[in-house]
Design a protein around this ligand. Structure first.
Ligand code: R5P
Length: 302
């Protein structure tokens, strides 16, 4: 991962749906915050108006539900960039990263396409826990431009500690790919971790195998993953851990992309609660990342 530090921003520009997070970031950095105005025409096109410009702006938008947001982001960047010495994109959730190769003939490699579309519009990039399991670094996605991939693990670990985690807690990941975040959360929470093995056959069809050497019976477990989308991964793992005798099962994710019915299914499968970081605005948000993101951009004031 890159260790690049973007220049300290002098203003944050957010969009309507993410203004609470954009304002939180601006407050933590002690800089102004502006809302990019968007008017949608009846035919679905967007008119974007940026109310100010600055020298070192950050354009802030999480890219869940991304198709319209991406276009509006490029339109806003086209106003900010000519007046800026350095324009940074902060996209706490970066969309389209999971398709990093053509798994079947004819499939578009969305990671490459979206990275190449965004790269010319910004000078640097910051995101949180991007799904980059086969791509060596975020810089590679953005054609070598400086890019920072923050991990939410310290914040998730601190949340678990604040919620009373003890050394007995077992932080559990659903697959080998989750090991880096799971290990980092466990280190921050001061407890142990384990990862299962997962086989995915379809969007909502996964099989998970628990590691045989790990004792779960009577222990509290926190399942940790970068993304919850359909919820199938969490439901399957929570069910296995409940059947294996875990005393309580909490679920923490960086990015909550799931809808309400999936939340209920996860609870029915054995989870006591499901919480997420506020990278994607969602009813499960319990872990704000403004200070963490601000810390990567400059001195933090609150
Ligand atoms: C996959 O590798 C990711 O880390 C998540 O486990 C996955 O995206 C979750 O998807 P779903 O909620 O649809 O099972």
């Amino acid at each position: 991962m890159s260790t690049f530090t973007p220049p300290r921003p002098d203003a944050i520009f957010g969009f309507a749906e993410c203004m609470p997070q954009a304002r939180g970031l601006a407050a933590a950095l002690g800089v102004a915050c502006h809302e990019v105005a968007v008017r949608r025409f009846p035919d679905g096109e967007s008119l974007v108006r940026v109310p100010a410009v600055s020298e070192r702006p950050v354009l802030y938008r999480s890219l869940n539900d991304p198709n319209t947001k991406l276009i509006e982001l490029l339109l806003a960047a086209s106003v900010l960039r000519p007046a800026a010495a350095h324009l940074t994109l902060v996209a706490p959730y970066l969309a389209y990263m999971r398709q990093d190769k053509a798994f079947n003939p004819g499939e578009a490699v969305s990671q490459t396409v979206i990275g190449r579309a965004l790269a010319p519009a910004f000078d640097s990039f910051l995101t949180v826990d991007p799904h980059l399991h086969r791509t060596p670094s975020l810089d590679a996605v953005f054609m070598g431009k400086p890019a920072l991939a923050l991990s939410a693990a310290p914040c998730i670990g601190a949340y678990l500690r604040a919620e009373g985690a003890t050394a007995d807690l077992l932080v559990f990941g659903p697959d080998e790919e989750s090991e880096p975040i799971v290990a980092a959360v466990a280190a921050a929470a001061g407890c142990g971790f384990a990862v299962a093995r997962k086989q995915r056959r379809g969007d909502r069809d996964v099989t998970i195998t628990l590691p045989p050497q790990v004792t779960v019976v009577g222990r509290p477990v926190a399942i940790v993953d970068d993304v919850i989308s359909s919820g199938a991964t969490i439901c399957t793992l929570a069910g296995l851990l409940r059947d294996a005798g875990a005393s309580a099962i909490d679920v923490c994710a960086t990015h909550a992309l799931f809808h309400e019915p999936a939340a209920n299914t996860m609870l029915a499968a054995g989870a006591r609660r499901v919480v997420s970081c506020d990278t994607v605005i969602h009813p499960s948000n319990a872990i704000p990342l403004a200070r963490h993101i601000a810390g990567a951009l400059g001195p933090v004031f609150i």
